[in-house]
Design a protein around this ligand. Structure first.
Ligand SMILES: O=C(O)CCC(=O)C(=O)O
Length: 283
């Protein structure tokens, strides 16, 4: 990228959309909220985890698609029509006889520029809280994925991936200044950890971190927490939704990332003679 093409900031929009049981209606809703976000100046728009389908093992196979497919074609068109980068939440992806929880990214021309499948699956058993075993139906992805924009390099994760500090650290080491997590925490782990994890990953990697949830639907079998949140490299929350459908905006300032990293040069102060986070992946 030429230096003249680089920008030092841009407006990001987190679309906390209400997701229902009708795929076509979900796609239409996503498309119209992306258009609204763009009208308000967003250059990058992020949708939540599993936004073409309800969240649950009982739904994934029925709503699954290959890529390209109905959902990703709608997302590509929305990116192109609005001339924005679109991080298109996630969909259950069918590939080689397996299902993956996959996010796709489209550039302003509508081309698919990145695809990431959730690497850490949400398998938990919290008595009196939540029991979920995503690995019953979904297979984990194995690839770390980043994408380039005229603003900065962006790293992708999905929901539970945020709980693994090494994962985000590897994305930092690949040059990211913003991490984006289409997500869907729940009524047990949301109040306990959602904001804490968003701020923690922002502070320990000195970067912007966006966690984007569906709106809460008390009638759903999986009740999402909501509260889509954007934290800055100092760990301050600069955008936050409630639990209803909303679009939250945040201004990303890449000079601020540089400032924080130079005032407190954590990357240089690591004791790599004592410990290391090693990237063993092949990409
Ligand atoms: O980490 C959590 O508490 C929730 C994770 C989750 O819901 C998911 O990965 O889909």
């Amino acid at each position: 990228m030429e230096a003249s093409e680089l920008h030092t900031g841009f407006r990001l929009a987190m679309v906390q959309m209400a997701v229902g049981a009708v795929k076509k209606a979900n796609l239409q809703r996503a498309t119209s909220l992306v258009a609204e976000a763009t009208k308000n100046g967003a250059k990058m728009v992020i949708l939540p985890e599993c936004c073409n389908s309800p969240f649950g093992n009982e739904y994934f196979a029925d709503y699954a698609e290959s890529i390209p497919g109905e959902s990703t074609e709608a997302y590509a068109q929305a990116a192109k029509d609005n001339n924005i980068f679109l991080v298109a939440g996630s969909i259950p992806e069918r590939k080689d006889g397996k299902l993956y929880n996959t996010t796709t990214v489209f550039n302003p021309e509508g081309s698919l520029i990145a695809k990431f499948s959730k690497m850490h699956l949400f398998d938990v058993d919290i008595p009196g809280g939540i029991t979920f075993q995503e690995s019953k139906t979904i297979s984990p992805g194995d690839d770390l994925v980043t994408f380039d924009t005229p603003y900065c390099k962006v790293g992708l994760g999905i929901c539970f991936d945020i709980r693994f500090p090494e994962f985000s650290k590897l994305l930092l080491d690949r040059g990211c200044e913003l991490l984006v997590f289409p997500s869907a925490f729940n009524m047990t782990t949301g109040p306990a950890h959602w904001e804490l994890l968003t701020r923690a990953r922002a502070v320990d990697n000195q970067m912007y971190v966006a966690m984007v949830s569906p709106a809460r639907d008390e009638t759903a079998s999986y009740v999402a927490w909501g509260y889509s949140t954007l934290a800055d490299p100092w760990g301050k929350i600069i955008g936050k939704a409630g639990h209803e459908e909303a679009i939250v905006y945040g201004d990303i300032d890449l000079d601020y990332v540089k400032k924080i990293r130079s005032q407190m040069p954590l990357m240089k102060q690591r004791r790599s003679d004592i410990y290391k986070v090693m990237d063993l992946s092949n990409n």
